[in-house]
Write a protein that binds this ligand. Structure first.
Ligand SMILES: [Zn+2]
Length: 314
């Protein structure tokens, strides 16, 4: 069976893709909450973070439940962060975009199984990147499960993106070394501290493993440009860039433990770049870079061919 033989109405596909995306993104919300807290993402079922009551299935519908309940938990009335709805709508929008931009552009004689594999792989990547972006924005760390796991998945599936093994292995190597050498090793030698985290290098490695070296290069440059714009906007609006609340809270908990003689906590404080309070000034500002890398990788996934054509015509 091929795509054209299936002959589904475009609106049916769009509606299905959007609802599908919202449903899976509500699982992404669970991942964003539980991975940094070292909890299992499958067990137990959802509980209210405020009072611990189990969430009834009907109150757990993506987007709809939040609107019906007016953004408050049914059990105890605690406000539910709008982040949950934002992530769910983002999942719906990305699923729709992948179906429209990538799957619908496939030739009509593409086998249905191949088209489905392409959709599922790209959608899985998009959801993993949304999770990584929100975790990094809150905690300034990128879980290896996502960065290394995503890299391995990309290396295993080049044919879904019309690439060969050489493209993806070279891309991953260029992506990792291209960040690690100048921004971690080189920067540290010059300034005494790394300019990026190892998680950022692994994320650019993932970009290369999925889209070859042009994808890794785009992720790094477009990510840096968008992070700079965001930093300037933040400075213009708020006058300063605060480090994320959870990062400060984690450090203070470690400092209390170290003060009571916890050797392990003392080690972490000395070795982790986040173990000391941020310095003064724009260059020392702690703005997580991961969300901007994730955004740039999604941009390349959806519009990489278009960008390439423009660059080739210059
Ligand atoms: Zn509650």
């Amino acid at each position: 069976m091929t795509l054209s033989q299936l002959g589904l109405s475009a609106w049916l596909v769009r509606a299905f893709a959007f609802v599908w995306g919202c449903i899976w993104a509500s699982f992404v919300n669970v991942v964003v909450y539980r991975i940094p807290r070292e909890m299992s993402v499958v067990k137990p079922a959802s509980h209210c973070p405020a009072c611990g009551a189990p969430v009834r299935p009907l109150d757990n519908l993506p987007v709809v439940s939040w609107l019906v309940l007016g953004g408050r938990a049914r059990c105890c009335g605690a406000p539910i962060s709008p982040r949950y709805v934002v992530v769910e709508l983002l999942g719906g929008a990305l699923s729709l975009a992948i179906a429209e931009v990538i799957v619908r552009a496939l030739p009509g004689d593409t086998a249905l199984a191949h088209a489905t594999s392409i959709f599922l792989a790209d959608f899985g990547l998009a959801m993993a990147l949304v999770a990584a972006a929100f975790i990094d924005a809150e905690h300034m760390y990128l879980p290896d499960t996502i960065t290394i796991g995503g890299t391995l998945f990309g290396l295993a599936t080049p044919s879904l993106r019309g690439l060969g093994w050489g493209d993806v292995f070279l891309g991953a190597a260029v992506g990792f070394v291209g960040v690690w050498l100048p921004f971690i090793v080189g920067y540290k030698a010059l300034r005494g501290r790394p300019g990026m985290g190892a998680g950022d290098a692994k994320l650019v490695m993932l970009a290369g493993a999925w889209f070859g070296w042009p994808g890794a290069a785009f992720a790094l440059f477009a990510g840096a440009i968008q992070a700079t714009i965001a930093a300037l906007v933040l400075l213009g609006v708020a006058g300063k860039i605060d480090e994320p609340e959870a990062v400060r809270a984690d450090r203070e908990a470690l400092q209390r433990a170290a003060a009571q003689g916890d050797v392990e906590a003392k080690d972490v404080l000395e070795q982790d770049p986040l173990g000391t309070p941020p310095g003064i000034g724009i260059m020392a500002a702690r703005l997580p870079f991961g969300p901007f890398l994730c955004l740039a990788i999604i941009e390349w996934m959806l519009a990489g061919d278009w960008v390439r054509d423009r660059l080739a015509g210059m």
